[in-house]
Each structure stands twice: as C-alpha cells, then as structure tokens.
Design a binder for this molecule. Structure first.
Ligand code: AVI
Length: 320
C-alpha cells in the first residue's frame, strides 16, 4: 500500500520553497535571464507536462512506451527479479507498470518534487499492484536521497525515464548521475531514457506543438512565480519559443518579451526589453557515443541499449 510519504522540501514560514525563490531571483538578474527547468513542475506544470506527452508532435513518450512494451522479456533477462525500483521524477508514473510487470520487483519507490501529484500517482499504482510495497518520497532528487529503511537490504534499479537527463547541462547531468549512484548503492543498476539527435524541424515541432500545450507549460512558470513569489510579471507580454542550438545539441525553451516590461518578484524589481527572453529549459539530444560518455562520466557502465522502431529514442541499461 502507498504510504503518506516523507516531505523533504525546504519551505519558509509562509510555505515558500526557499530554493525556488533563490534560484528565480538569481536567474532573473543574469544578462540572459534563466530559471532552472525543474521549477516548471509544480502541480499545474506536472499536469501540463502530462498533456504534452499526448500531443501529436511530442514523440519521446510514445517511443519510450513502445520500447518498454515490446522489450519486457529483455529487461527481465538483463535485470532479474527482487530489486527495489527507484523512479526519479516519477510524475504520474504511467510507464512504470510496464517495467514493474516485466521485472517483478520487491518494492517501488517513486521520488518526485510535486508532492500531491506524487501521492495520488503512488496510491493509484499501489492499487494496480496489491502485493507490491510502494514507498513514495517527496524529494528533490538532484541531491542524494535517503531511501525508505524498508528497502535497505534490496538491490536497487534506478529508473529515469523521458530523457529528463537531457534537461541538464552536461556538468549538472554528471552530478545528478553521481548522486543517483550514491542514492542507489554499489550493486545497483540504472535504466535511463535518452532522446536522440534528429532533424531540427521534428525537434522544434515537438517543443512547439500546434495546440499550444507546450506554450502553456512554459508560461505556467511565469504564473507560478507570480503566485508563489509575489510576482507581477505581465504574462500576456511573454510568448513561448523553442529553438534548436546546434553547437550544444539541444532544444532551448524561452519566454520572450513581446514589449518592454517591468515587474517585481519577491520585492525585487526587474525589466525586460522587447525581444529579451527568460531561458526556461534545455533539452539535450544524444548520439550513442555522447550518451555513453555522459553515463560513464557519471559513474555508470552502459550494458545494453534499445531503440524504438523509428530509431528516434533510446533506453540504456547501466550498472554501477
Ligand atoms: C521532462 N523533459 C524530458 C521534457 C523534455 O522533453 O525535455 C520536458 C518538456 N519540455 C517541453 N516539452 C517537454
């Protein structure tokens, strides 16, 4: 059964996430304004991201689901039963049942920063797998996380889907992989999704869908800043933009000012000239070599790699 979960997010007396305030204020004071992408995921943002995974142009979720659906026997062989599956940034955990059914784990530990969303999803999953111990942990998984004591003696399998590693610059990605290794322990494995470099038109469309769901996801960050940090950002003066940056092999999301604006956040004043932007997300894309190099730098040895039929996306199994 799902537990209440352990709250590990640091909030002040007003319930404001301290790290959110610090990182927004710092990021808005840069020449190129930037807010780390993890702040896109409050409860509304997490729901909007789930909506993105359903839009026509956004292929990564479908490609990854296809691999998880069709390669169950491979995973069972390569991973074996009895592990505690630790899912980093579990969200609504829609892909999780595919893996759990394939490998027969001893426990499931979803980690996510969006607490309400996490607990609802964990309860749902516990219902689908009545015999499985489910221990949700509300945590910022960019740092080492203390796992529930019930899982102490079980070998772990980290599960990090969706190519979320691509949302980090390589240096941060390496730090995260190393934290994961510290969280999971010496005998652990990691199954990680990594999206592949491809035609830039396909990539730009995936991050700027015709229905405007990705735009709403990006703009939600400005709404969140206004809601949680006493912000006065005129959201109607911002537009969503997705740009491919070839040297960095990444899609960048920006909120671009459509006119000169001034606003306040947490009592501090900011200004943006027309055309200036807040950089809100990077989504790096990988080749086989660049993926393996990043994983090795993070302390993981790649063992096996699977692609979807159209070869747009990869799932890679590593050992610590
Ligand atoms: C969660 N992450 C891997 C998504 C991505 O593809 O970079 C977030 C996203 N941003 C816009 N669309 C999807």
């Amino acid at each position: 059964a799902a537990e209440e979960g352990i709250a590990l997010v640091d909030k002040d007396e007003q319930g404001v996430d301290r790290a959110f305030r610090e990182e927004v204020l710092t990021g808005l004071s840069y020449d190129q304004k930037a807010v780390p992408a993890r702040w896109l995921y409050d409860d509304d943002g997490s729901q909007l991201f789930e909506d993105i995974t359903q839009v026509e142009e956004y292929y990564p979720t479908r490609a990854e689901t296809e691999i998880l659906t069709e390669r169950g026997a491979d995973f069972a062989n390569a991973i074996g039963p009895g592990r505690a599956v630790v899912e980093f940034g579990s969200g609504s955990s829609v892909k999780t049942p595919l893996l759990l059914r394939a490998i027969d784990p001893a426990a499931y530990v979803p980690l996510d920063i969006a607490g309400d969303f996490l607990r609802a999803a964990a309860a749902d999953l516990a219902q689908q797998f009545p015999g499985l111990a489910v221990h949700p942990v509300e945590a910022d998984f960019t740092k080492e996380v203390a796992l529930p004591p019930e899982t102490a003696d079980m070998p772990k399998l980290g599960f990090f889907t969706g190519s979320t590693i691509g949302n980090m610059v390589p240096r941060t990605g390496v730090d995260l992989l190393r934290s994961m290794r510290a969280t999971l322990g010496a005998k652990s494995m990691l199954l990680i999704g990594m999206d592949l470099v491809k035609d830039r038109k396909v990539l730009e469309a995936a991050y700027d869908d015709a229905k405007g769901v990705t735009a709403a996801f990006n703009l939600n960050l400005a709404h969140r800043i206004n809601r949680e940090l006493d912000g006065t950002i005129p959201v109607d003066a911002l537009r969503h933009e997705a740009r491919w940056h070839d040297d960095y092999a990444r899609i960048e999301m920006h909120l671009v000012a459509t006119r000169d604006i001034t606003f306040e956040v947490a009592g501090r004043k900011f200004a943006m000239a027309e055309g200036e932007s807040i950089h809100t997300e990077n989504s790096h894309k990988f080749s086989r070599r660049s993926a393996f190099m990043l994983l090795r730098a993070g302390g993981w040895t790649p063992l096996q790699r699977w692609l979807d039929r159209q070869e747009r996306y990869s799932l890679i199994l590593c050992r610590a």
